[in-house]
Design a protein around this ligand. Structure first.
Ligand code: C2E
Ligand code: CA
Ligand code: CA
Ligand code: CA
Length: 273
């Protein structure tokens, strides 16, 4: 039994070391990835009402030379901890604004949504960065939506709200992402210059079959309407989900049912026909 216990400890230590090593290697590789041009910008289109495309969400991908395509769910948390999210986020924003500019040039009034991490948003010169990127790209700010999660509100509410107002004054829209998974109070929401709420995929997954989730989704949509916000549902995979969401008053949809994420250049080519 003693030997077995020792083996188990050794096993855990080995597993632990392997995962630490994995994480360490990813971190090292991530630091070089930006310089080596290994990030790719992908997009997933958003649709209004029935099937009218009104824009797309920018989603970053990392093409690792050995591991292949690494999911942002795996590397964004590391990028946040190491601070790499700041230059990476700026790269994503710049790429998205260049696409907005290209769409404008072709007379297509589509919007692009960009995910902004709390750490990136709270960086002291975030507003200056956004202004510079808008100026250099020539993108119309009203075509840009910044998606924030409730985690940004862990910092001073007044600082966050002030920054949002300053950017909103430029014409930028704000969307509250993964709504319902955090802890923000409705009183707070009312005081932020938001244009949109996004219903998290976890609430969409089991509708219409799950009565609790159905009620939650209806409640979220009611809150959004009360606050005069647009509602986007993410993770729509079936016609039944979309039908339920539409009937409940949700205005826009995103999900594999309608469009799978694809590289932004391919999407632009399709849009330009
Ligand atoms: P998110 O902002 O909630 O993005 C939606 C995620 O759901 C995307 O995963 C998208 O590919 C996936 N998705 C969309 N429709 C469906 C569907 O119908 N079914 C299923 N199963 N999944 C669907 P992705 O691209 O892997 O991104 C994961 C998360 O990584 C994002 O979640 C976002 O939080 C973060 N992320 C992605 N790009 C960026 C970025 O440029 N900056 C920052 N800060 N975070 C990013
Ligand atoms: Ca998002
Ligand atoms: Ca989500
Ligand atoms: Ca449930």
């Amino acid at each position: 039994a003693k030997a077995e216990g020792r083996n188990r400890v050794a096993f855990f230590e080995a597993a632990m070391q392997a995962s630490l090593l994995h994480r360490y290697e990813l971190e090292q590789d991530l630091r070089a990835a930006l310089r080596l041009g290994q990030f790719e910008l992908w997009v997933q289109a958003q649709f209004e009402g029935g099937a009218k495309m009104n824009g797309a969400e920018a989603l970053v991908r990392w093409r690792h030379p050995v591991r292949g395509l690494v999911s942002p769910a795996e590397f964004i948390p590391i990028a946040e901890e190491t601070g790499l999210i700041v230059p990476l986020g700026a790269w994503v924003l710049r790429s998205a604004c260049e696409a907005i500019r290209a769409l404008q040039g072709a007379g297509r009034s589509l919007r692009i949504s960009v995910n902004v991490s709390a750490r990136q948003f709270l960086e002291h010169d975030f507003i200056a960065q956004v202004r510079e990127i808008l100026e250099q790209s020539g993108a119309d700010p009203s075509r840009l939506t910044l998606e924030l999660t409730e985690s940004v509100l862990i910092d001073s509410f007044d600082v966050v709200a002030g920054r949002m107002r300053e950017l909103h004054a430029l014409g930028i829209r704000f969307s509250l992402d993964d709504f319902g998974t955090g802890y923000s109070s409705l009183a707070y929401l009312k005081r932020l210059p938001l244009s949109e709420l996004k219903i998290d995929r976890s609430f969409v997954r089991d509708v219409p079959a799950d009565p609790e989730d159905a009620a939650l989704v209806e409640g979220i949509i009611a809150v959004a309407h009360l606050l005069h916000l647009d509602v986007v549902a993410e993770g729509v995979e079936t016609p039944e989900q979309q039908q339920f969401l539409r009937a409940a008053g949700c205005g826009s949809f995103q999900g594999f049912l309608l469009h799978r994420p694809q590289p932004i250049d391919d999407w632009l080519k399709d849009v330009f026909g």
